[in-house]
Design a protein around this ligand. Structure first.
Ligand code: HEC
Ligand code: HEC
Length: 368
């Protein structure tokens, strides 16, 4: 009897010991998975602060403004580290994707950008070396094919659709013909971007690549400027003016037209640009101050005296919504999100200031 019991105890002990051993081996072989509860590394921390608002906590995108996935296997397989770093540094002008690099007035150093890139890289495969694709297709045939197969999602040269704007100057400057070909052939499962390998012939795909490639000489990248935000920007616009009359939709969103009118009538108001300051440098509502969504501690400077505070972004509600939530948490009474966002404001030809604003008479740029 004793012998039986001690054998049972022994086997229980043995089971317990081997489970422990298995765990140790697992942690040793696969530290990433076992450390799921460990604090996030520097790249992930930066990603959480600056990027997840739109690209979602796991990088799969679509948390705001149709921001694409940054971790789909076909994307990571075709986008090398330089493509990712450049996209983060210079952004995609005229979209919700700001330039985050210091050189454009954004918050991130090259080292921090590299840390984010390596965090993203860990979510999927290494980049393949793409073949050197010569552009041999027929651009005019490609243009017609693009209209038929792609425009409903990607929009036309002057107007973005719900998918990334392929006529974007920075995108076309960064995307090689091989990168375009890969995206069109394979698509981006599990996103809405279909693979066209079965639907279009190789030469039709080459025609579309030739068309997109040909438009890049006609798109103009924004000039690199002396990218700094003045340190002495006044917060209150028209400090002596009367309060504006604003009516909010759902107690939160103010139509752009009412804000335009408040400015024209010289009403007392504070306007906060919730985007990265690099975007403010390019173009902004005159008199606005940049207080980005990732740095709401700066709201300490804003007087809490009943003055109307309107925040805006491009996305068109997410970044500005973060700022308005932070203001309301601090007890501000009169706060609102600019309903349609800055890209609509710009499209309407409402007043703008900034480096990328043409002196006068320029056609409005493509906008969502
Ligand atoms: C306010 C929303 C928003 C935030 C915040 C944001 N992005 Fe984006 N991002 C977008 C959108 C929208 C696009 C697609 C733009 C287009 O081409 O139409 C994009 C595109 C990109 C691209 C290019 C992808 C491709 O396939 O070409 C990269 C890379 C990227 N973002 C990385 C980041 C990183 C890293 C951060 C944080 C530092 C970040 N983004 C923050 C909205 C955002
Ligand atoms: C049903 C909608 C839809 C159609 C049709 C479509 N796309 Fe896309 N496409 C998308 C979406 C959504 C993405 C972004 C996917 C992601 O999150 O990575 C995308 C991504 C891309 C990209 C990568 C862009 C980048 O910034 O990395 C290219 C290139 C592209 N599409 C080309 C095309 C072409 C060319 C066609 C027509 C032959 C086409 N697409 C048709 C929805 C579509």
């Amino acid at each position: 009897m004793r012998a039986v019991m001690s054998r049972a105890t022994l086997s229980r002990r043995w089971r317990w010991l081997s489970a422990l051993l298995a765990l140790v081996v697992q942690i040793w072989l696969n530290p990433g998975e076992a450390a799921a509860d460990a604090p996030p590394g520097p790249g992930q921390q930066l990603y959480q602060r600056y990027c997840q608002l739109c690209h979602a906590p796991d990088g799969s995108g679509y948390a705001a403004d149709n921001a694409p996935s940054l971790v789909s296997p076909e994307f990571l397989a075709s986008a090398d580290d330089e493509f990712l770093a450049r996209g983060i540094r210079l952004g995609r002008p005229n979209t919700a994707m700001a330039a985050y690099g210091k050189e454009r007035g954004g918050p991130l150093s090259d080292k921090e950008i590299r840390q984010i890139v390596s965090f993203l890289r860990k979510q999927g495969p290494a980049a393949k070396k793409l073949p050197d694709v010569k552009v041999t297709g027929d651009a005019s045939r490609g243009k017609a094919l693009y209209r038929r197969e792609c425009q409903s999602c990607h929009g036309n040269p002057r107007r973005a659709g719900n998918a990334p704007h392929l006529y974007n100057a920075e995108f076309l400057a960064a995307a090689s013909p091989a990168f375009l070909q890969h995206a069109i052939r394979k698509g981006r499962p599990p996103t809405k971007m279909p693979g066209f390998e079965q639907k279009l012939s190789a030469s039709e795909i080459d025609d579309i690549v030739a068309w997109l490639h040909s438009t890049r000489t006609r798109t103009r990248a924004l000039p690199p400027g002396k990218a700094v935000v003045p340190s002495d920007l006044p917060l209150v616009i028209h400090p002596k003016g009367a309060a504006p009359e604003l009516t909010l939709r759902e107690g939160r969103f103010v139509p752009a037209e009412q804000v335009r009118r408040a400015l024209a009538e010289k009403r007392r108001i504070i306007i906060i640009d919730a985007r990265s300051p690099s975007d403010w440098i390019q173009f902004h509502i005159p008199g606005s101050v940049p207080i980005p969504y990732y740095d709401t501690a700066q709201l300490d400077r804003v007087p809490n005296d009943g003055t109307w505070v309107v925040a805006y972004c491009a996305c068109p509600h997410h970044a500005s919504g973060e700022v308005v939530d932070a203001l309301r948490k601090r007890g501000f009474q009169n706060t609102a999100v600019l309903d349609e966002g800055i890209l609509f404001w710009r499209q309407q030809g409402f007043p703008l200031a900034g480096e990328a604003v043409e002196p006068k008479g320029a056609a409005p740029p493509p906008a969502r």
